[in-house]
Design a protein around this ligand. Structure first.
Ligand code: FNR
Length: 342
């Protein structure tokens, strides 16, 4: 497929399957175990119907897509989640993503396991471009400190520590191609260690991979400025909940969390409506992993197109929902009684 044949984000998956070697595509596409969480991430959004309001005087919505993440301006409430091995999708590797994010004016979070080095990625930033840096903990404190220092020096605007991968992963589909296992880092990571980490850097440390209300509460208690609700795209613990399910639980049990810290979420977001459902609960910005990795098959141009597609869908869906200003979307725009369609 040519780029102008791409109509929506799922088309990039179709294109990537067509163009990439089976091993590379499968590495991206794979989920853990029976891939129940992978599928649930996609399906959970559609268990909840909108409550559309008509004749709401909606016009010029696009101008209100802009928001902030930790005080940084972004043109729309979504970002590029960290995914390893960008070279599997594109000869441009992470360059396609960092340049696409600059053009689309959204935040990119490069993976610790990128093909290019931290220094190369951050050196490719446009003037004033905001890029966070994802890191995994290593079992070696000195190495962790080195990685933090490298990220700071390279000019990262925040650190994102991924905490949902304490024990590696089980990925059957990709295992057949020898790319099934992710790093296991039975690390010394505890909430007290998170406190220590905060002393190692002046950058804000976002925690990625929060999957329960209890841990969201602990993140607040331990001073996290922001968290990313995530089950790693269903790649780590099969049957871990989707971020929409966790966001709904937070909304029901501890809604103050959305006010105390910035809550982001990723996993299974493919349509503008998916973004709206997360925002309706109080999520500040939404991450996408695979769609951008697949868009990067077309390099920067593909990444820019993916950003444009999602912006347009958010604007159109918000308009039809009767939401003129995204900042005013509330949970009442969604019927949270799940239908049992699936
Ligand atoms: C990931 N993810 C991930 N997360 C992270 O913190 N560090 C990493 O290195 C990776 N690597 C990675 C590789 C690939 C191929 C995928 C698909 C995902 C998880 C990623 O940040 C994000 O949580 C999910 O991709 C979100 O789900 P969707 O948007 O892919 O459905």
């Amino acid at each position: 497929p040519e780029l102008d044949e791409i109509m929506g984000l799922p088309d990039f998956d179709w294109a990537a399957e067509h163009y990439l070697p089976d091993k590379n595509y499968t590495y991206y596409r794979n989920g853990a175990g029976g891939e129940y969480s992978y599928r649930n991430n996609l399906e959970a959004f559609h268990r909840y119907r909108f409550v559309p309001r008509v004749l709401a005087g909606v016009s010029e919505l696009k101008s209100t897509l802009a928001t902030t993440m930790l005080g940084h301006n972004i043109s729309a409430p979504f970002f590029i989640s960290p995914c390893a091995r960008a070279e599997y999708g594109s000869a441009q590797a992470e360059y396609g993503l960092v340049k696409g994010a600059a053009e689309g004016e959204i935040i990119y979070i490069p993976s610790h396991y990128a093909y290019l080095t931290i220094e190369q990625i951050h050196a490719a930033k446009a003037e004033g471009q905001v890029v966070f840096q994802q890191l995994y903990l290593t079992s070696n404190d000195t190495v962790t400190q080195q990685e933090i220092d490298r990220s700071e020096k390279a000019g990262a605007d925040a650190l994102v520590f991924t905490v949902d991968s304490a024990a590696g992963s089980i990925r059957h589909r990709a295992g057949r191609y020898g790319v099934g296992s992710a790093n296991s880092a039975f690390s010394t990571f505890t909430w007290d260690y998170y406190k220590k980490l905060q002393k190692k850097t002046s950058l804000p440390i976002i925690l990625k991979g929060i999957g329960s209300v209890a841990d969201a509460k602990l993140a607040v208690k331990y001073g996290a400025p922001a968290i990313i609700l995530s089950n790693h795209g269903g790649r780590q613990l099969d049957d871990s909940p989707s971020s929409l399910e966790v966001a709904l639980e937070i909304y029901q049990e501890a809604p103050e969390i959305f006010k105390k810290i910035e809550v982001y979420a990723d996993g299974g977001v493919r349509y503008g409506g998916d973004v709206l459902k997360l925002l309706a609960l109080g999520v500040k910005a939404v991450g996408l992993g695979r769609p951008f990795m697949f868009a990067n098959v077309y390099g920067t141009e593909g990444v820019v197109k993916a950003i444009e597609i999602l912006k347009n869908e958010i604007a159109v869906d918000a308009g039809n929902l009767g939401v003129a200003d995204l900042k005013k979307i509330t949970a009442s725009f969604v019927n949270w009684k799940p239908n049992n369609w699936f």
